[in-house]
Design a protein around this ligand. Structure first.
Ligand SMILES: [Zn+2]
Length: 109
């Protein structure tokens, strides 16, 4: 049986990166599939928007693409929201917190 401790509700402002600023993804290049990082297009992602080719002091081929360039960011946002909702929907006050942000509360069944 679950306790009735009050859980803190944290609603991310960005559903694509969940406020992390970056997204890890797998991509196959030739025969090799590796893990890559893309920075988000939101405020949090600006810290990760690093383009080494623009650095004049020490040119580097290192470049982090944006999520919009590399990935289906709308799909990622929808999936993240769904996962988050599944984890948080039973929290007390979750619907009120979402409504305060003008978000639509998914209805089950
Ligand atoms: Zn983001």
């Amino acid at each position: 049986m679950k306790g009735k401790k009050k859980e803190k509700i944290r609603i991310p402002s960005c559903w694509i990166c969940m406020d992390n600023g970056f997204i890890l993804y797998r991509k196959k290049v030739g025969e090799y599939e590796g893990e890559y990082v893309a920075h988000c297009t939101c405020q949090a992602g600006r810290d990760y928007a690093y383009d080494g080719t623009r650095c004049e002091k020490q040119k580097s081929p290192y470049y982090i693409p944006s999520v919009a360039e590399e990935l289906d960011h709308a799909g990622i946002g929808a999936k993240n929201f769904h996962d988050w909702w599944e984890r948080n929907k039973n929290k007390k006050g979750i619907e009120k917190a979402m409504e305060e942000l003008g978000m639509k509360v998914p209805k089950d069944g």
